[in-house]
Design a protein. Structure first.
Length: 379
């Protein structure tokens, strides 16, 4: 005769929070970690597939998320928690979205930390301040498939779902969340802020800090034809074209490229950003040499606006935007416009511009102000 479970055990099982798992599967060593099982475990987005401890307080994680066209994908990332005992309710968590590293698998920050090394002091600062930190690689970076660069919704899903994954580790990560990111990651954090209330309603989004977020891509498209000297913008533009081609295959983006750009285009899938900027790649080309002079850019601009332009979002939770005045990658004038558009829609927003600060330098220059603002939001 089967023995009945005691009432106390039944009640305990009933009270396990949604998304929590009794045991976390240990992920394989080396690059095999990034190859998910043929059949992903069931459950909702954000569920852990497996994890592997990388230090006393950090884990490499693989988790379920939702990419283009509703496809369920495995996404990798890193979760770290502070030293000591978690406060009542669990560690507050900052979900940080990284800036552009590239599209190739080897460009994922968890696989190649040097691609995002400039932000490590900021993340360490947040850990020392008592916040857990979760950093997604994004869909298709590190894991199978092609990263849909700058497609907003999948990025936002990845940023939110890694918080669910962190909470599934069983290391006392709580529901209070700050979203943050730089450049591409700033755009991703904005999308996450707009999606959070419906995508992860159990999380309490206390605010978002966006460092030089990418916006107004459709408006900037014509600028590629006006820059006639080699520039780092060319490689970024090539990646944007690759990403929007994944988001809307009907554009047939390869047909818009010049012969010179078409010959280099396969490198977008195999080289990281630094290598794309070299003279033997897109770094040797002017942006004006990227797209055919007779190509109709209107369908491309429409798709960019629909799938990537973060200035169109409605964000109801507190937002802080940091921008350097000397930024030549994310132009300050477009960030100014984004701030105006959000303000008109009622977003509770703080905007600070830092004189003479460059695109990469904003993460360092604004670290103290951002951390103070976060501290106030997480009181």
């Amino acid at each position: 005769m089967r023995r009945l479970l005691p009432l106390s055990l039944l009640l305990a099982a009933a009270l396990v929070p949604a998304g929590a798992h009794a045991a976390v599967r240990k992920g394989p060593a080396g690059l095999a970690f990034y190859k998910p099982p043929a059949h992903l475990p069931g459950g909702t987005h954000g569920r852990l597939i497996w994890a592997r401890r990388t230090s006393a307080r950090s884990w490499l994680v693989l988790y379920r998320s939702v990419g283009l066209n509703g496809k369920v994908d495995a996404v990798s990332g890193v979760v770290s928690v502070p030293k000591g005992r978690a406060p009542k309710g669990g560690w507050p968590v900052i979900s940080y979205a990284h800036g552009t590293t590239g599209i190739a698998d080897g460009c994922a920050p968890s696989r190649a930390p040097s691609t995002a090394a400039y932000v490590k002091p900021l993340l360490d600062r947040w850990l020392k301040a008592g916040y857990a930190v979760a950093t997604t690689d994004y869909d298709g970076l590190g894991t199978p498939g092609i990263h849909p660069y700058l497609i907003g919704a999948p990025e936002g899903h990845d940023v939110l779902d890694i918080v669910r994954a962190a909470r599934g580790l069983g290391v006392s990560v709580g529901p209070r969340v700050i979203l943050s990111g730089h450049s591409q990651g700033g755009q991703a954090a904005l999308y996450a802020a707009a999606l959070a209330s419906k995508w992860t309603p159990e999380l309490t989004i206390r605010g978002t800090v966006a460092f030089a977020p990418v916006t107004h891509l459709a408006a900037q498209l014509p600028l590629t034809r006006s820059i006639t000297t080699p520039s780092g913008i060319t490689g970024l533009a090539a990646m944007i074209i690759r990403g929007i081609g994944l988001g809307d295959p009907s554009l047939h983006v390869e047909s818009l490229l010049t012969p010179q750009a078409a010959a280099l285009f396969p490198q977008v899938d195999t080289r990281c950003l630094d290598d794309l900027d070299k003279p033997d790649s897109f770094g040797g080309m002017a942006p004006s040499q990227l797209l055919r002079s007779d190509a109709d850019l209107n369908p491309l601009a429409t798709a960019l606006h629909r799938l990537e332009d973060a200035e169109t979002l409605t964000i109801k939770t507190p937002l802080r935007i940091e921008q350097g005045s000397a930024d030549t990658t994310v132009f300050p004038a477009f960030t100014d416009q984004t701030v105006q558009e959000y303000s008109k829609r009622g977003t509770p927003l703080v905007y600070k511009k830092y004189d003479g600060v460059t695109h990469g330098g904003i993460v360092v220059a604004a670290a103290g102000d951002a951390t103070s603002w976060i501290r106030q939001r997480l009181k």
